[in-house]
Ligand binder design. Structure first.
Ligand code: PMP
Ligand code: GLU
Length: 443
């Protein structure tokens, strides 16, 4: 038939089907989904207390903004692993942090550490091992290319502790010959940290079993419960350290992640494989952002002080909510880093069941629909569906707008102490606690 006589609607219907391998294995990432949903609800004028998304809301530091403006006209593609100046700056930054020498050729940068996680999982043979609950994207990424995932479950009763002998048992009985252990300390979703003695034990097991560790340390500079120690200090030859600018510098939307591979030839092989994946997926991290990141990773006392101040604010806000939950007798491990809590509501299972709440997904839905509190279900983080756990992030509530976040920083800069800031700037957090109290007393 002549093109011109085909009706327009018919012409626009292209006959295609979605790949079954993708369609059946992937849902939208729950963190981004809840954030978009809450933003739509706000746009419709609805009240929602947003504990669903973890994003540090504080302003970009002016020194880094100036560096970005200076380099805004950088328009060209750059080397896949990153520009030499940035790889050098990241190496020097981590040499100071880790107290040992990191060479620039051990560094690769990408648009976000999420992309790097994907590339490492894609590049490596074997299975991924996850201490569970674990961050939402590790497993869905593995599913994209049929990578097996083994879970090492932890329990809310003992603050989600990792037991080395269970890890050893799991590795010994695994049907796979190679493993990648993903660790995340401080942890999203539990806010827990792995203490040095435990890291040392894990390192010994991994060395014996020839397991590569991918240590997601994106919250390393937002630790407040104890000093952050990297497992790479005990196992440098077998650890990849992931980081980036999203959390401690509040620059999630700038999309800049970093990875340090182990020294030596094997590390270089791995870096080249990841750079190849990157070269086919994102080509290179954005040019202006890379140049601005050189400043962000410089040895600048003012930037370090800003990171410290933001971390102190996350600490007091997260501890405040934790104390409120504890006063309501809601079991929840005391936070040590980042801005997350992982409370458990199993104690109220029976009355909740009569309200139709049987799973953590039901619980999150009920809290959003009936109490206007946005959270994420524990099952998005790999806990059993019927365990009534939720992931709460304190990063958004009472900092919903950029103005509110800037105001809090201004007051902190002017010397206001944590107690004053909590008193003056946390109506939303108090309202969440009041609603939870009302909910529990109604059960
Ligand atoms: N790991 C963890 C544990 C996270 O919480 C995040 C942020 N969602 C990421 C990795 C990815 O961060 P980005 O891609 O912004 O570097
Ligand atoms: N880290 C954030 C969270 O867990 C969200 C960003 C993301 O998932 O990419 O809520």
């Amino acid at each position: 038939m002549d093109e011109a006589v085909i009706p327009h609607a018919q012409r626009s219907q292209v006959n295609f089907s979605l790949s079954s391998s993708l369609g059946n294995r992937l849902a939208p990432s729950p963190t981004l989904l809840i954030n978009e949903r809450v933003r739509r609800m706000w746009a419709n004028g609805e009240t929602v207390f947003h504990l669903g998304f973890g994003e540090s809301r504080f302003p970009a530091h002016p020194t880094i903004v100036r560096a970005l403006v200076k380099h805004a006209s950088r328009q060209g593609y750059l080397p896949s692993a990153g520009i030499p100046e940035l790889r050098q700056a990241v190496a020097s930054f981590h040499s100071r942090q880790l107290n040992r020498e990191i060479c620039p050729d051990q560094v690769i940068v990408a648009p976000g550490s999420k992309s790097l996680l994907f590339a490492f999982q894609m590049a490596l043979a074997g299975a991924t091992v996850l201490h569970t609950p674990s961050w939402v994207s590790y497993e869905p990424q593995s599913r994209l290319f049929n990578r097996p995932v083994l879970r090492l479950p932890a329990s809310p009763e003992d603050s989600h502790r990792l037991y080395p002998r269970r890890l050893h048992h799991l590795l010994r009985h695994s049907p796979h010959s190679q493993h990648l252990l993903i660790l995340n300390s401080p942890s999203n979703p539990t806010g827990q940290m792995l203490e040095p003695a435990l890291l040392e034990e894990i390192a010994d097991i991994c060395r014996r079993e020839k397991v590569l560790v991918l240590s997601d340390e994106i919250y390393g500079l937002t630790a407040f419960g104890r000093e952050h120690v990297s497992i790479s200090s005990f196992y440098p030859e077998g650890t990849v350290v992931l980081g980036g600018m999203s959390k401690h510098l509040s620059l999630g939307g700038w999309r800049l992640g970093t990875a340090l591979v182990p020294p030596g030839e094997k590390g270089q092989q791995l870096l080249q494989a990841v750079a190849k994946v990157g070269s086919e997926l994102w080509s290179t991290a954005s040019a202006p952002i890379q140049y601005a990141a050189v400043t962000a990773y410089s040895d600048d006392a003012e930037l370090a002080a800003y990171v410290e101040m933001c971390t102190a604010l996350h600490a007091s806000r997260t501890r405040y909510l934790w104390r409120g939950l504890s006063e309501l007798d809601i079991p929840c491990a005391e936070p040590m880093g980042g801005f997350y809590l992982f409370p458990n509501f199993d104690h109220w299972r029976r009355p909740l069941t009569s309200l139709g709440v049987q799973t953590s997904v039901d619980l999150a839905r009920y809290l959003l629909e009936d109490w206007q509190i946005a959270t994420l279900p524990g099952s998005d983080f790999g806990t059993p569906p019927r365990e009534l756990s939720l992931r709460l992030s304190t990063s958004y509530v009472d900092l919903e707008t950029d103005e509110k976040a800037a105001q809090m920083i201004e007051r902190a800069n002017a010397g206001a102490c944590a107690a004053q800031l909590l008193r003056d700037h946390h109506p939303g957090m108090n309202e969440v606690l009041a609603r939870l109290k009302k909910l529990l007393s109604s059960l």
